[in-house]
Design a protein. Structure first.
Lengths: 232, 205
């Protein structure tokens, strides 16, 4: 059932202009920012790319995820799915996998930066590998939050805004952590702080667990939101 | 809001759900399908139900066959069910067409096909002939009668009294969220007179 939902979602996503437009805009902006960083540093390194790419994903993933449930709610196709009845679990996971896989495909050309860095110098490949692993985990979490937001509303723009502002809050959670009593707790839920370790070339299991927990929590809540829609 | 609603649809029977706008027809159907939870009482379908909503919507990016294949996967049916369902809905000519390019009537035929997938023991159809041309309406009515003859329990919500008279074994009249009559439809003219009488008694005319 998950495979059927995944396949249908992938067809719907890639039949729309969204991945192409969003992907082109993502790489255009990322390219400018990364080249600027390389010029400033005068070093063939890839580490500066990951925080930039991570930040841009906060805007890319919500756009890819916004239609998953919101469109089904708006058009009424969700009723046919729930009347079958399709359990919320496979429905949510199938849609999340489609958004995550699409994000990874959109992200993939960023690997060219590593190739370019190799043409210009001898960069360390370790941070490149862990950096992309971090971005993949971040994308998984953002996709899950996007699917959750989409399950809460029939409006795609509202779903996208909920995801953008929600994940921006998590991205900058560490800002001001030094001036409030709950500062360390805020820093520990910061998406950017969690990504920083990966970009530095290390994989901390606590960071992996954090992304896994955010993803799982958002997917469970999305399942509940879909189930509640059935029982209102 | 519904109150005092009680009726059964037996296998082999076509029952029409009649009533003015806001009488509770769609709410009754949504309760039956588990899309709403009743605050009291029970609504139950014995076995799987094929459902056609009042406004049928599908995924424009898929072909008709692709959409029905997706429905088969969700319902754990073999792909062979697609051809049978398309034939039952007189929609074989639409098989390769993208859903996004179908007219309203053609979409409705696809909606009927998805409801017929796997020949479910119960069919719940909300305004099934909406958007169909006269020839297709005649076909759709025949298909519903055939489904009942094959043993399906068919519940049809409709505004059209002539349609109810043509295909239903029994009609349930809902007014203001309550069943005010449950009877054989008889001739269209008789049904119209009785229906208008019931609605008029309820102060809606």
């Amino acid at each position: 059932m998950i495979r059927a939902v995944l396949r249908k979602e992938m067809v719907a996503l890639w039949a729309s202009p969204l991945p192409y437009v969003v992907g082109a805009a993502f790489h255009a902006v990322l390219g400018v920012l990364v080249v600027n960083q390389l010029e400033v540093r005068q070093q063939a390194v890839v580490q500066p790319m990951f925080p930039l790419a991570g930040f841009l994903l906060l805007f890319v993933v919500p756009i890819l995820a916004m239609r998953t449930f919101a469109e089904e709610i708006r058009t009424g196709t969700i009723d046919l799915l729930l009347a079958v009845p399709v359990p919320p679990g496979p429905l949510v996971v199938g849609k999340w996998l489609a958004v995550w896989c699409t994000t990874l495909v959109v992200l993939a050309p960023a690997g060219l930066v590593v190739v370019l860095a190799h043409l210009w110098g001898r960069p360390d490949d370790g941070p490149a590998i862990t950096g992309f692993a971090g971005l993949a985990l971040l994308a998984a979490s953002l996709a899950a939050v996007g699917v959750l937001a989409s399950a809460l509303t029939a409006s795609q723009p509202v779903a996208a805004m909920i995801t953008v502002f929600g994940t921006l809050a998590l991205w900058f959670a560490h800002v001001g952590s030094a001036v409030v009593s709950t500062g360390s707790a805020l820093a520990s839920v910061s998406l950017s702080e969690r990504l920083r370790t990966f970009a530095g070339g290390a994989i901390d299991t606590a960071d992996v667990a954090y992304f896994a927990c955010v993803t799982a929590a958002a997917l469970i809540l999305a399942g509940l939101a879909v189930d509640l829609r059935r029982l209102r | 809001m519904l109150r005092e609603v009680a009726f059964r649809v037996e296998p082999g029977e076509v029952v029409g759900l009649l009533g003015p706008n806001g009488a509770g027809k769609t709410t009754t159907i949504r309760l039956l399908l588990g899309l709403l939870r009743p605050s009291a009482g029970t609504a139950r379908i014995a076995g799987r139900a094929g459902y056609l909503p009042e406004t049928f919507a599908a995924y424009d990016s898929l072909s008709v066959t692709g959409y029905l294949r997706f429905c088969c996967r969700l319902r754990e049916l073999p792909n062979a069910a697609i051809e049978l369902a398309l034939a039952a809905a007189r929609a074989e000519d639409l098989a390769r067409r993208p859903i996004g390019r179908l007219s309203r009537g053609q979409r409705q035929r696809v909606g009927l096909a998805q409801a017929f997938l796997g020949a479910p023991p119960a069919l719940v159809l909300d305004e099934p002939t909406t958007g169909l041309d006269p020839e297709q309406i005649v076909d759709a009515r025949a298909v519903l009668r055939e489904s009942a003859a094959d043993g399906a329990a068919v519940l049809v919500s409709t505004h059209l009294l002539a349609e109810a008279a043509a295909i239903c074994d029994r009609v349930v009249v809902l007014v203001g969220g309550a069943v005010v009559a449950e009877e054989r439809p008889g001739e269209a003219a008789d049904l119209e007179a009785r229906y208008l009488g019931l609605v008029g008694q309820a102060g809606l005319l």
